[in-house]
Design a protein around this ligand. Sequence first.
Ligand SMILES: [Zn+2]
Length: 91
Amino acid sequence: MDRLNAHGVNDGHEPIRPGWRCAACHDDWPCLTRQDELRTEAGGSQLELALLMARYFGEAMNDHPTAMIDVLYARFFGWVRWRNWPHPRKG
Ligand SMILES: [Zn+2]
């Protein structure tokens, strides 16, 4: 991975902590642009994407220990298309 992440130099749509706003467009992070980038970073795998977001979610929880967990959850996972996940037990 040659791209700097949230812990490196800010090169675009990275979160400004602890507010978790996008450095580029000042939207709630991840903004739409960053969501696309994260999908690419995850290689099209929703599992990879979920694991990636779980890490950011944990960091956001550390930054906001008193935040409403459902608000953070919606922000970090609401755009991940859970319903398209495979259902192993189906059929
Ligand atoms: Zn942005």
